[in-house]
Ligand binder design. Structure first.
Ligand SMILES: [Fe+2]
Length: 234
């Protein structure tokens, strides 16, 4: 995907999150230039891969399969253990764009409709070999247990949330929401156990978690997997 698309969607996300009343921490606004002055005091941001995360999952079809996320907090490995056991993200849902069907080996997450329009989630139990099961399953939506058929789509109104447990196949998207430059966006939140995007995601179709980027214009913000290592900030 193009850097110009990454830059544009980060700016849209800032506006949509603000419309949802969600404020971002200072590092959301640090530019590539700002990072030149950062030292080891910001290592948690680098190591936990906090910050902007825009991806087309290697699909080349960002309008269809993509995500613009901001990771506010996350655990990371330090001396063989995690120093934090939880994570949180804000997620932009443009119309027509969805995450690919996937499940997590170990992460549990609550997906929350943080405002705008409706957030939809398609769900399947998984088979032992990681495919969509045709069996019914149960989920918890804001503390209430529901029995669902395979492939059911749950609709979350603003403020509602669903608990996605390890192995539950899910795909989500939004409809309606906050209008920005003539397009409507919803905002989701994710509160989870540690998110290890390098090892914990199982996609039902071949997908790459992080994009290959064509540098067609200057980078404004580093993505969460692009930060320069400590001591090599330039
Ligand atoms: Fe997920």
């Amino acid at each position: 995907m193009k850097r110009s698309t990454v830059n544009r969607y980060i700016e849209i996300a800032k506006k949509a999150f603000a419309a949802a009343g969600l404020h971002l921490p200072p590092f959301a606004y640090w530019t590539v230039e700002d990072w030149k002055n950062k030292g080891p005091e910001v290592d948690e941001i680098r190591l936990a891969q906090l910050g902007w995360d825009v991806t087309d999952f290697g699909s080349g079809r960002f309008e269809e399969y993509g995500r613009t996320l901001f990771t506010l907090r996350n655990g990371y490995r330090m001396d063989g253990s995690y120093n934090k056991t939880y994570g949180e993200k804000f997620i932009l849902n443009p119309p027509g764009q969805r995450a690919p069907l996937h499940f997590h080996r170990s992460k549990m997450e609550d997906i929350i409709n943080r405002g705008g329009g409706k957030v939809f989630i398609r769900l399947y139990a998984s088979t032992p070999d990681g495919k969509c099961s045709e069996e019914p399953f149960s989920v918890s939506i804001d503390g209430v247990k529901h029995e669902l058929e395979a492939g059911s789509v749950v609709c979350l109104e603003p403020g509602q949330s669903i608990y996605i447990y390890p192995g539950l196949i899910h795909q989500f998207w939004g409809e309606g929401g906050f209008e920005i430059d003539g397009v409507c966006y919803t905002v989701s939140g994710e509160v989870s156990s540690i998110c290890d995007d390098w090892h914990d995601n199982c996609f039902l179709e071949p997908m790459e978690r992080f994009p290959k980027i064509e540098e067609d214009e200057p980078r404004v913000h580093y993505l969460c997997h692009e930060y320069p290592p400590a001591g090599m900030n330039a």
